[in-house]
Design a protein around this ligand. Structure first.
Ligand SMILES: [Zn+2]
Length: 474
């Protein structure tokens, strides 16, 4: 074995089969289908076919393969006590509308393969597969075992990894080619919760009664539209409200509308949508409309709702007003996104929040603070989900190897990344996200006309191959 292996050359020798297999794999429509399930295909026929496609390939190429009830599988090679995991997924999100070519055609145009799943995550899965195949074919001894773990439910409920790790060993270390290059080693914790207002019957009513208020549908999105319906005692107060609202829109430089019918005013405000991991990229229509409402002479319950929201959430996204702001070196600032605001005069008020906290943040203390504030104001706290932060120390030899490989192959610097989102890597105890999207490339995952650059597919294969080689040689 020559000391210097030219990884790109090894990849190029297999270029046509890498491209062909990627196309074949992409032509299987592996979208979750709960309506057409069976014992062998618990998530639908397409996903089962995609999983089997890779396991068959693995078997033909001389790997040890295993199918875990159609929910997950693995392709393994090597010997040794330690296990390296490469976590991929075969499921894709539905194709949606507006494609230039068949979303499952895997057509090649301008050196790109176009298909749903091309970059997320079927192209990278083939890259990881060929990487392992190349190292195996070079004939070097493996001092560790390597497993490509194939998930089937990453885009929905992660039932795949839940099932897999209930029955199979956790790799000593691993990576998931399901996000960005160079390396993501820190992911914030994600807490989803609601604060629910308890309606209090009250005789005393203000000049204006808040009938309903609605903004947003998902906790992890910044609401781009908010609508409030208010009942005014007199036509005059309705006119005045309308006037003030138009001025408010102008002052805040946002679009909206006020419609007065009899004694009822409907206020609409348009914001800008953004992902909840960085609410500052959007403009929260709900919080802004609420700010306007909080200044009006509303009925008691309406006042309680809007005042609470305005006082403790205001317009900021870092948790200062509720007293939980925090920041650390590794993963940056805590963020809070108010994804849902809903109020119904006949029912209850609800605030839906998505909080992303740094890896060293003491979340239990923040929860206590939030609960105390909520309860002191007639609201109750309901936790929906708390996904803990994920962090692998930069100094571990494993990360040092990935950094070295990335730098050698790309000539770029392997800066470690910390993100607010949760990647598939967090299902590995010591896992990082490692590719496949190179810096500067647009992220087309989940979009129409999703594609992978053939050059990137091959480059990722070479990087993964060298990474496997370096990781198993000692
Ligand atoms: Zn993915």
């Amino acid at each position: 074995m020559p000391i210097e292996i030219n990884w790109m050359e090894e990849v190029n020798k297999r270029k046509s089969s890498i491209i062909e297999d990627t196309q074949k794999f992409l032509q299987i429509k592996s979208v979750l289908d709960e309506n057409e399930t069976s014992i062998d295909a618990p998530l639908g026929v397409g996903i089962a076919k995609a999983l089997q496609f890779l396991l068959n390939k693995g078997e033909n190429d001389g790997f040890i393969v295993k199918n875990l009830n159609g929910l997950a599988g693995h392709i393994e090679y090597g010997t040794g006590k330690e296990l390296i995991g490469i976590l991929c997924h075969v499921d894709v999100v539905p194709e949606g509308d507006g494609w230039t070519s068949d979303p499952y055609g895997a057509e090649i145009r301008e050196n790109k393969i176009f298909a749903r799943g091309a970059i997320d995550d079927k192209g990278p899965t083939i890259a990881a597969y060929y990487a392992l195949k190349i190292v195996k074919e070079l004939g070097e001894p493996f001092q560790k075992r390597v497993r490509i773990i194939l998930g089937t439910d990453e885009e929905s409920n992660w039932r795949c990894v839940d099932h897999y790790f209930k029955h199979e060993e956790m790799p000593t270390m691993g990576f998931a080619p399901d996000a960005d290059f160079p390396i993501i080693n820190a992911e914030k914790g994600i807490l989803d919760f609601t604060l629910t207002q308890h309606f209090q019957a009250s005789g005393e009513q203000g000049e204006i009664v808040l009938q309903s208020f609605q903004a947003g549908r998902r906790l992890n999105m910044v609401p781009d539209m908010a609508v409030a319906i208010l009942e005014c005692k007199t036509e005059k107060s309705g006119d005045l409200l309308k006037e003030q609202f138009v001025l408010f829109l102008q002052n805040n430089n946002v679009k909206g509308k006020a419609v007065l019918r009899d004694h009822t005013v409907e206020l609409k405000l348009e914001g800008i949508s953004a992902h909840g991991m960085e609410p500052n990229n959007g403009k929260n229509a709900g919080l802004l409309l609420n700010q306007f409402l909080a200044k009006q002479h509303l009925d008691n319950n309406g006042t309680k709702f809007s005042t609470f929201v305005n006082q403790y959430l205001g317009q900021e996204t870092r948790g200062h007003t509720i007293g939980i702001a925090f920041e650390d070196q590794i993963s940056g600032e805590l963020t809070i996104n108010c994804g849902i605001l809903s109020y119904d005069r006949a029912g209850i008020g609800e605030i839906g929040l998505n909080l992303r906290y740094p890896v060293s943040h003491k979340i239990e203390e923040s929860k206590k603070k939030i609960i105390a504030i909520a309860e002191g104001n007639g609201f109750s706290y309901t936790e929906l989900d708390d996904s803990k932060p994920h962090y692998v120390d930069e100094q571990t030899p494993f990360i040092q190897i990935l950094k070295k490989v990335y730098e050698q192959q790309t000539g770029g610097k392997a800066e470690l990344l910390a993100i607010g989102g949760g990647t598939y890597a967090r299902s590995l105890t010591s896992g990082v996200a490692f590719g496949p999207l190179f810096p500067g490339r647009p992220d087309v995952a989940h979009q129409k006309d999703e594609y992978i650059e053939i050059e990137d597919l091959l480059r990722a294969t070479a990087i993964y191959a060298q990474a496997i080689y370096e990781l198993v040689k000692n």
